[in-house]
Design a binder for this molecule. Structure first.
Ligand code: EAX
Length: 323
């Protein structure tokens, strides 16, 4: 009798060990707060993966730049110290140059246009360029249209931005464009931005409403101008190392989870855009709702000449012509 009990106890504990060791915890990082659009998208991704793999995979999320800026997190995914990053395309062009074309200022008319391009042939083709650089793009998410904030003055036309020291992402396409407005671009990782604005080492920055809200920039910025000068896509990026461990069925779960994350993240961006501007005004920011968009577009002409050289005028036109 004793022997049976022992055998039963052993097989139970082996079973438990088996079940416990079968679970893999995925580390997933992003730059903004857990309550932000990146947190919403990441949580949907993680819930769907855990459900779709019957709990064999679950996430541990690292919000608020806990693991460093976006560039550092992408490097960590390449190195294998981070499994997944939900990032803007800001620094991604430094790893996968084909991404840079979507960072061109005033390339997209509105959210409908941008989302159609990212979900269509052009956007999907860009995703295929990642494996050659030791990364796997699970799919697009979304950061949103970027607007300018600063502590000096209201910005209505490029001349108002001239001379301002503005923090930018580590993105040459952005910096070249902003220089045509007379801005002095200061590239900086996101975790340093709030402090730099607080100390006045930069006059301003530019980010989508969801980021300005989640990062409480209204505490350190006076003026908000709805320039919408760049559409900032997001990406869920992992590594070939992780993907090669997955069965085909689990790979499908990861990709389908990314599509659901994208939908949730885009909805949060829309919600934040709808309610966030009034909130920022309530928090003390003065908001310029109507900027001279044409004057910004006209000022960009010299940068567009070099963008056309770098990316091909046809390729830029192809994106602009998507309806
Ligand atoms: O992705 O660095 C930035 O301004 C990004 O927009 C932010 O980290 C969210």
């Amino acid at each position: 009798m004793k022997l049976n009990k022992l055998a039963l106890g052993l097989s139970l504990s082996l079973g438990l060990v088996g079940a416990a060791s079968a679970q893999t915890v995925l580390k997933l990082g992003y730059a903004t707060a857990a309550s932000s659009h990146y947190g919403v998208g990441s949580t949907v991704f993680c819930d769907e993966v855990e459900k779709g793999t019957q709990g064999r995979y679950k996430c541990q999320q690292f919000p608020s730049s806990a693991l460093g800026g976006e560039r550092e997190m992408i490097e960590a995914v390449q190195l294998g110290t981070l499994d997944i990053v939900n990032t803007s395309t800001g620094p991604v062009g430094n790893f996968v140059p084909e991404v840079k074309i979507v960072d061109i200022p005033f390339l997209f008319r509105d959210y409908d246009h941008a989302r159609k391009v990212m979900d269509g042939e052009i956007g999907q083709d860009i995703l295929t360029k990642f494996p050659a650089k030791g990364l796997v793009a699970l799919g697009w998410t979304e950061n949103g249209f970027r607007h300018m904030t600063n502590n000096k003055r209201a910005i209505v036309k490029p001349g108002d931005a001239s001379g301002l020291k503005m923090r930018t992402m580590e993105n040459k396409v952005h910096m070249d464009g902003y220089k045509t407005f007379g801005i002095q671009p200061t590239p900086m990782a996101f975790p340093e931005v709030f402090g730099a604005l607080q100390q006045g080492t930069v006059d301003g920055q530019e980010n989508p409403i969801p980021v300005i809200l989640a990062s409480k920039f209204s505490q350190v910025q006076k003026h908000l101008s709805l320039t919408g000068h760049v559409y900032s896509p997001g990406l869920l990026i992992t590594s070939p190392r992780l993907m090669n461990k997955l069965s085909d069925a689990d790979k499908k779960v990861f990709y389908e989870a990314t599509q659901k994350a994208k939908v949730a993240q885009r909805k949060k961006v829309n919600d934040d855009e709808n309610s966030g501007i009034a909130q920022l005004e309530k928090d003390g920011m003065t908001v310029v709702r109507k900027v001279d968009g044409q004057a910004f577009r006209d000022a960009l002409a010299p940068a567009y000449a070099s963008y056309s050289k770098e990316f091909g005028a046809d390729n830029i036109r192809k994106i602009q012509n998507i309806r």
